[in-house]
Write a protein that binds this ligand. Structure first.
Ligand code: SAM
Ligand code: SF4
Length: 329
């Protein structure tokens, strides 16, 4: 089993988008009450006295939309300045990057993943729930600003949905030709929107690679990061392509992460709630950080047996009580 040294931290379960594969319109979502969200101080204590002593050195801030969280810049500064932090990244929808990319960089952040499912403004608005206008333009501006500010590697996440954005695979892949961007194609998972999943299904990474290979050819590549992506490159391109194939390949053996929800639940596996620990309640009831550390150590020891083998399971998203935005995707 891989060394477990990577923590994905959800900062907030709310979002300014409602992507149709994550938070579909019309679906009743219950949000975490503000007072139940771990504070910056609680988070830093947990990192310093629970996770770092257990060997965690890599952290990703996600959500919901992490840039909506008040105090996110201060939190980034605090985590980046912990001497043990080897890697700190944020996954964002990019909407707030035009004004936040520079302050995030100044606070010590060096890695960003930005979701970008389409290069077509109208389609983009449809995918993200058509909230307001110029969302695509703002997100695109956010990507440009992040690149200019110096984020490297700049990663763009694409969830490929048949009949919705699969026709854009080549256009999205071509973004890596002239710029050192890393475009990652993610297989649509049956979590968050089962109706859409049942209607549209998902496209295996191999099929996406075939489309790209037929157009330009494809060779193996390399990129810095902690992810489960298989990395390739269009010959001669400056950037790289990643494929996250959690549906077609089970990479549980390579899983090196735990997830902490915004309300302090620590879960060993994205798709399995077994073994979760409610760190926030324990913390607020006065359980010592050293006791929590032992509980987390125990959870890590059990992780391999808890990991959920999605492809082998035959189950669907009705079995998961939380969406990606709530768990922290
Ligand atoms: N709001 C940020 C964003 O969109 O990048 C961070 C949170 S979002 C939940 C994290 C990632 O989960 C995004 O890249 C999103 O595309 C992905 N995601 C959400 N629902 C998904 C699904 N059903 N299948 C595959 N990926 C999904
Ligand atoms: Fe929001 Fe990200 Fe989910 Fe889209 S994928 S609704 S941007 S949390």
């Amino acid at each position: 089993m891989s060394k477990i040294d990577y923590l994905r931290i959800s900062l907030i379960d709310r979002c300014n988008f409602r992507c149709l594969y994550c938070m579909p319109e019309g679906e009743e979502l219950s949000y975490i009450l503000k007072q139940n969200i771990l504070t910056n101080h609680e988070l830093i204590n947990l990192l310093q006295f629970v996770f770092i002593p257990l060997g965690f050195t890599k952290f990703r801030l996600t959500g919901g939309e992490p840039l909506l969280r008040p105090g996110v810049i201060d939190l980034v500064r605090a985590i980046a300045s912990l001497p043990e932090t080897q890697d700190l990244a944020i996954t964002t929808n990019g909407y707030h990057l035009p004004e936040m990319a520079q302050p995030l960089y100044d606070a010590g952040l060096r890695r960003l993943n930005i979701s970008l499912d389409s290069l077509d403004g109208e389609k983009f608005d449809r995918i993200i729930g058509n909230r307001g206008r110029s969302n695509w333009a703002r997100t695109w501006q956010g990507i440009q600003t992040a690149y200019e500010v110096g984020f490297n590697p700049l990663k763009l996440n694409v969830v490929v949905i048949p009949g919705i954005n699969d026709s854009e695979v080549e256009d999205l892949a071509s973004l890596t030709i002239d710029k050192s961007w890393h475009v990652r194609f993610i297989e649509f998972m049956p979590i968050g929107n089962l109706d859409l999943f049942n209607e549209k299904a998902w496209i295996p990474s191999e099929e996406i690679r075939r489309i790209i290979r037929e157009r330009w050819g494809l060779k193996e590549g390399q990129v810095k990061g902690n992810g489960p992506a298989d990395v390739f490159q269009i010959p001669g391109a400056k950037g790289t392509l990643g494929f996250i194939s959690q549906m077609s390949e089970c990479f549980c053996e390579r899983c090196n992460r735990l997830r902490l929800s915004a309300d302090g639940w620590l879960r060993p596996c994205l798709l399995n709630e077994t073994g979760q620990i409610d760190l926030k309640t324990s913390l607020r009831e006065g359980v010592s950080l050293s006791t929590l550390k032992e509980q987390v150590r125990e959870l890590i020891a059990q992780k391999e047996s808890i990991n959920f083998k999605l492809r082998d399971s035959g189950t669907n998203s009705q079995d998961y009580s939380r969406t990606m935005s709530q768990i922290g995707g």
